[in-house]
Design a protein around this ligand. Structure first.
Ligand code: ADP
Ligand code: MG
Length: 480
């Protein structure tokens, strides 16, 4: 019996999600990632005296969109608050956030874990501004500050402590990530910090009804790290408690190199943020008509798309789930079906097996695919109209991946057109029979297995171009 049988983990996640607006949440400065340090923060982002923030309407709409997608309440009136703390990347001395009246509250997300649906409550999602960044490399003993990120709009999405394992936490995070990217409100780039997570973890004895003391591990920026950080924390806390100690409520940091978390600051050093409503910003009212307008403009969400793919294209649930995993992939697939007018399952196989195989191997996104939807549809069309066999199609596909052009160009350049002329196939069969008298005799005396040998020889003699159905049929006649 593992000691995990005696303990249960309790997990709640706080996710910071950068909104995909062109300009900052309270200023007109651009939000683009990767610019020269300190070229994209204006006086408002820095909170210089004499300037006033103005809410970016687009950021508000995106937050509402998110709220609607998780079936949450959208506040009729929400308020921005100042959260005070000192840190070099926050020159204002406070972060504009929301506290008592967030824009989104009481939503939920249904997550698949091991074939079971698990509902995770979402306590709230509030709008706030991001801070700048400290740079620790290239400044000797000192640190640099890049304020480009200051004022980038975020929603912070706070889950209920409903999650019970690292695996569930990752499933929830992936689903949330998929949703915000589908909604077009976040680019989802975790390496660039567009989507990052704080993990609150505690453990309690199985059957206990009170939660244990939690720790919060900050700013984890990959699914894999979230899993490892939570697993480490669960083990560590169980060990502390089983050896008679107490878990200290504290903020911790995850070190990807060691897979461990370590103390950053304890609760005694916890900050009193002195929240109060920001006097520079008016409360925000989102009217019912506006909410309905936003609802009307919502894209089809992953779950609905998946169900539609099953119903409309007759796909197995598994294929539908893979194809709708990303909105761009789903769009790609639908374009292939439409342009090729071929069997949807054939299109699904080419997309999920061949195309995704290449993309995964080369680490490319569907947006950067060397084979476009038009190109894949062009290839499938040539299989359907029997210009090429399914086997030759794989060769054409490889050539398309290698950048040799579209299917028709490759088929022409390589002379791959399928041989359907039966007299040519018969000729090849007769040659093969003449060259292999021994095998022929064996086959005729009952060695049925040799049929495959003859198919192989004929395909080889025609460089794989003979129509396989015709080869099989004609061989059966001739070998009799
Ligand atoms: P704070 O504002 O101090 O971070 P919150 O009450 O807002 O505290 O909770 C933050 C997160 O911690 C939420 O996601 C919540 O679900 C989670 N949480 C609260 N209590 C526990 C606990 N005992 N164990 C694990 N997670 C918890
Ligand atoms: Mg917190």
């Amino acid at each position: 019996m593992s000691r995990h049988d005696n303990w249960e983990a309790v997990i709640g996640l706080e996710v910071h999600c950068q909104l995909l607006t062109k300009s900052k949440i309270f200023s007109g400065a651009p939000t683009a990632y990767g610019a020269e340090p300190n070229t994209q923060a204006c006086a408002i982002d820095l909170g210089l005296p004499g300037v006033l923030p103005v809410l970016n309407g687009e950021a508000l709409k995106m937050a509402v969109k998110f709220g609607l997608a998780i079936d949450a309440q959208i506040a009729e009136r929400c308020v921005f608050a100042r959260k005070h703390y000192f840190y070099p990347d926050l020159p204002k001395g406070y972060q504009i956030s929301q506290y008592e009246l967030p824009i989104v509250s009481k939503g939920h997300l249904d997550v698949d874990v091991d074939g079971q649906v698990k509902r995770v409550g979402i306590t709230r999602a509030h709008m706030e501004e991001d801070a700048g960044k400290s740079l620790h490399e290239g400044f000797g003993q000192q640190s640099g500050i890049d304020l480009n990120r200051a004022g980038t709009p975020l929603i912070e999405i706070v889950s209920e402590p409903d999650i019970r394992s690292a695996q569930e936490a990752v499933a929830y995070l992936k689903k949330l990530h998929q949703l915000v990217v589908y909604l077009g409100i976040c680019d989802g780039n975790m390496q660039e910090g567009s989507f990052r997570c704080d993990a609150n973890v505690s453990v309690r004895r199985k059957g206990a009804d009170k939660f244990g003391t939690r720790t919060e591990t900050k700013n984890i920026n990959s699914f894999r790290f979230v899993e490892r950080a939570i697993e480490f924390e669960i083990e560590r806390q169980i060990e502390v408690l089983e050896s008679g100690g107490k878990v200290i409520q504290e903020t911790r940091l995850f070190n990807p190199d060691t897979g461990e978390t370590r103390t950053m600051r304890s609760k005694e050093e916890a900050m009193d943020y002195r929240y109060f409503p920001d006097p520079d910003l008016l409360p925000v009212a989102v009217g019912k008509a506006e909410i309905e307008r936003i609802r009307g403009a919502m894209p089809e969400l992953p779950e609905a798309k998946k169900q539609r793919f099953v119903a409309q294209y007759g796909l197995p649930a598994y294929d539908a789930a893979v194809l709708t995993g990303e909105r761009a992939l789903a769009d790609f697939y639908e374009r292939v079906v439409q342009l090729s007018a071929a069997d949807p399952k054939t299109c699904a196989n080419w997309t999920t097996t061949d195309l995704l195989g290449v993309l995964n191997k080369t680490g490319k996104s569907i947006e950067r695919s060397p084979v476009t939807g038009e190109m894949l549809a062009g290839l499938i069309k040539r299989i359907v109209d029997k210009t090429i066999s399914g086997k030759i199609a794989k060769e054409v596909f490889e050539a398309m991946v290698a950048g040799e052009g579209d299917a028709d160009a490759i088929i022409k350049a390589k002379g791959l057109v399928q041989i359907t002329d039966e007299s040519a196939i018969v000729k090849a069969i007769e040659d093969v029979m003449a060259k292999n008298p021994g095998q022929l005799a064996d086959y005729r005396s009952g060695k049925d297995k040799l049929f495959g040998f003859f198919v192989g020889q004929v395909m080889k003699a025609t460089q794989g171009k003979a129509n396989p159905d015709a080869v099989n049929r004609l061989l059966k006649e001739k070998l009799k």
